[in-house]
Design a protein around this ligand. Structure first.
Ligand code: 1PR
Length: 523
């Protein structure tokens, strides 16, 4: 039996699911005494350093944790569970960490997108049982803006390159901690967890070392989910957001089954979009939460979920905050949440007032769960203009002229699944959302959605150049070459597709086989 420390923020469900899939019995820590009496302890951390330490203090877990670490019993820290071992963090000045290792936690100072999101490799510095059976060339899933900076190299287990080499794992006696998420790193990650559980096993150092590790471009499978006319939750697919064919909602399969298939085919991430979330309140729409719970039981790559994340008052006048909705998604197995319509309204309000409220969904959720957990899903469509002065929006010069020969366009934000256009452009939306705390942009394009005509490269470049957070290119993928094009003609960190995967026109693995050797990907 293993004890797991759940301090109430982030997705611990995935860690429990991963350990249970390996046959381990997991019990969640309820009291400090549970920590003191644990034989083995896993501390998965997602969220923000400050709120994590505040909760650990409030629940009187700090002293038991320090005592556990000193006793040198098997401990596995994940992500913030690694950062917590150090003395302090730039993320929360003045708040003390556990101080088990000398050193601090610093924000990435790189000329690259931050957070560092995606699959990257390891340079292994010392033997460990957790590497048994690994070749050394595997990639693991990272999602963080801060990394540890130990005062000395003694405990450094692995380093990873992102602009510079940073410490991505530590080991001191039986205390092991990783910045990456083994529970989200497919079969290689499960292997690490399995090895951790075998406490007496031999310490090994894999033969292959990448030398310089590279972040892979991610291929994301997206499942647009809604109830069909019979009331069943189905994966559907629009053609420029119209999901009906001859009046009926297209049914392309069952969400849990499809997610599992894409995981097995090598998808680096799965996104679920509850596309009628703007009118159906997700906490009443229990099937969606159930889909997430069931998927996270056997899909060990990151899961993003969007749809309906906003403040809401139900029919009994009970008020729910967007934070509460997001919390329920995280508890059910989501690693990241995505906000669509509400982000547009938040940005409109911000621009009108000229300042932040501190209380928007983006700010609240990123404060508790960290920026990396907040994705903004943008649903823009092109609006052509004759000259850039015609509108107050951020306009681009386009190589694809409009119906009347217009050489300029802007990208109009929409809400409610493209049903309502707003007086706001996608570039401004992305910039303000980054300022408010968003960690990633999911950039759809209504004009390209379901058309198989390729990604809108101009849109992606316009948004990507305007922000320093990662961008997911979405809409229009029709063949393998489109992925190559988006990764070589833009700086997008990942590309998302739906139709070609659902219709089995091109499976995920074929896209990856095509990209192999041309673009850095996870094999
Ligand atoms: O507004 O916060 O409730 O979130 C609703 C979410 O649902 C938003 O993320 C919005 O993008 C999404 N959504 C709403 N209506 C639709 C629709 O299709 N009618 N789907 C919709 C958006 C776009 C992509 C699609 C890509 C790739 N779907 O996710 O998967 O375009 O497709 P392709 O590869 O087949 O071209 P809120």
């Amino acid at each position: 039996m293993i004890r797991l420390l759940d301090y109430g923020a982030g997705n611990v469900r995935s860690v429990i699911n991963a350990l249970e899939s390996l046959g381990e019995k997991v019990k969640v820590v309820e009291t400090g005494e549970d920590i003191l009496s644990a034989e083995k302890l896993v501390f998965p951390g997602v969220g923000a350093f400050g709120s994590m330490m505040q909760i650990l203090n409030k629940r009187n877990f700090v002293e038991p944790l320090k005592a556990f670490l000193q006793s040198d019993r098997p401990f596995l820290g994940i992500c913030l569970g690694l950062q917590a071992l150090f003395e302090n963090s730039e993320e929360a000045p003045g708040i003390k960490g556990l101080g088990f290792l000398p050193g601090s936690v610093k924000r990435f100072a790189v000329d690259l997108s931050v957070p560092h999101i995606g699959w990257n490799g390891l340079n292994i510095k010392q033997p460990s049982r957790i590497f048994n059976g690994l070749s050394g060339s595997e990639k693991f899933y990272f999602v963080h803006s801060y990394h540890v900076v130990p005062e000395n190299d003694e405990a450094v287990l692995t380093t990873t390159d992102y602009g510079y080499a940073f410490v991505s794992g530590i080991q001191k006696g039986n205390i092991i901690a990783t910045q990456f998420h083994p529970e989200k790193s497919g079969s290689a990650g499960l292997r690490i967890l399995e090895n951790f559980l075998k406490t007496g096993a031999e310490q090994t150092k894999p033969v292959r070392a990448p030398g310089h590790t590279l972040l892979a471009k991610r291929i994301i499978a997206c499942l647009d989910v809604r109830s069909n006319d019979q009331g069943d939750l189905v994966v559907t697919k629009g053609d420029r957001y119209d999901v009906r064919e001859n009046g009926t909602v297209r049914n392309l399969g069952r969400p849990v089954d499809l997610a599992r298939r894409y995981y097995e085919e090598g998808a680096d991430e799965i996104a679920f979009l509850n596309i009628t979330g703007f009118r159906d309140f997700p906490l009443e729409d229990m099937p969606m939460l159930e889909v997430l719970r069931r998927t996270s039981k056997n899909v060990f790559v990151p899961l993003t979920i969007g749809g309906g994340i906003r403040d809401y008052t139900d029919k009994d006048s009970r008020k729910y905050t967007a934070l509460e909705v997001a919390a329920e998604y995280f508890r059910s197995g989501a690693d990241k949440i995505s906000i669509g319509s509400d982000a547009v309204l938040v940005v409109e309000q911000y621009l009108k007032a000229g300042s932040r409220t501190g209380q928007s969904a983006i700010e609240e959720i990123s404060r508790v769960y960290g920026n990396q957990a907040v994705v903004i899903s943008i649903d823009p469509r092109r609006v052509y203009v004759k000259s850039p002065d015609e509108v107050k929006h951020q306009v681009i010069k386009t190589a694809i002229p409009g119906p009347n020969g217009e050489r300029y366009c802007w990208y109009q934000c929409t809400i409610k699944g493209g049903r309502e256009g707003r007086d706001l452009d996608a570039v401004t939306l992305a910039q303000v959302c980054e300022k408010l705390g968003a960690g990633e942009i999911l950039l759809n394009c209504i004009d390209r959605d379901g058309t198989n005509s390729g990604f809108d490269i101009e849109l992606i470049n316009a948004v990507k150049k305007a922000v320093s957070i990662p961008v997911i290119a979405s809409s229009g993928a029709g063949c393998e070459e489109h992925f190559y094009e988006v990764f070589t003609e833009t700086e997008a960190e990942s590309a998302l597709a739906a139709g070609i995967f659902h219709k089995r026109e091109i499976p995920v693995e074929e896209v990856k086989n095509y990209l192999k050797g041309k673009v850095e990907i996870r094999g």
